[in-house]
Design a protein around this ligand. Structure first.
Ligand SMILES: Nc1nc2c(c(=O)[nH]1)N[C@H]1C(S)=C(S)[C@@H](COP(=O)(O)O)O[C@H]1N2
Ligand SMILES: [Mo]
Length: 163
């Protein structure tokens, strides 16, 4: 919207910035960046982005503001077909380029890590655009922050694991 020659583009723009919650949720849904902005949010301290594989320092990153991943999961609701299924549930967080990382239910809901995993829509008090990689998922309590700093977040898939 508001861009030149955008007649055929609004659907793409919506899709590009939206996060799909799919898989073993009660209410699979799409959350747009505007939805995120309306929601209660938290901030993460500025940090050094550093790769796990190479330990390479990438750059300093200013303070993010975003919605807790576990709040989005609560919105979509977890199925619990058999008692305790939620304890075997994992979340696959994936980006538009196919990059993907995991979280467990325990990690998000029963450890301090979950209090610091956010889906960011603002950096350094400035709105983040899709071109800048929004929405970005960031796990602020990780030892090496780059792997679970997922740019161009596309969706979250919930899976109840079987033995
Ligand atoms: N969408 C997406 N996010 C990603 C990755 C990726 O390949 N795709 N790589 C991760 C890894 S392993 C690193 S080291 C950093 C690299 O950050 P940069 O591409 O901004 O240098 O991004 C992280 N986030
Ligand atoms: Mo990395």
């Amino acid at each position: 919207m508001g861009m030149t020659g955008s007649a055929a583009l609004p659907l793409q723009e919506t899709t590009a910035g939206a996060v799909m919650l799919a898989g073993d949720f009660l209410r699979p849904m799409q959350v747009t960046i505007d939805d995120l902005r309306q929601h209660a949010s938290v901030t993460a301290d500025p940090f050094d982005l550093r790769c796990y594989t190479t330990n390479r320092f990438i750059r300093k990153v200013d303070q993010y503001r975003g919605v807790l991943l576990k709040d989005l999961i609560d919105m979509a609701g977890l199925r619990n077909d058999r008692p305790g299924d939620f304890k075997r549930t994992i979340f696959i967080v994936h980006a538009h380029d196919g990059y993907a990382v995991t979280f467990s239910w325990h990690e998000l809901f029963n450890t301090p890590i979950g209090e610091r995993v956010l889906v960011a829509f603002e950096r350094g008090d400035q709105p983040l655009s899709v071109d800048e990689g929004a929405p970005i998922l960031f796990s602020a309590a990780d030892i090496l922050p780059a792997p679970r700093h997922v740019k161009r977040l596309a969706g979250v898939v919930a899976r109840v694991l079987e033995l």
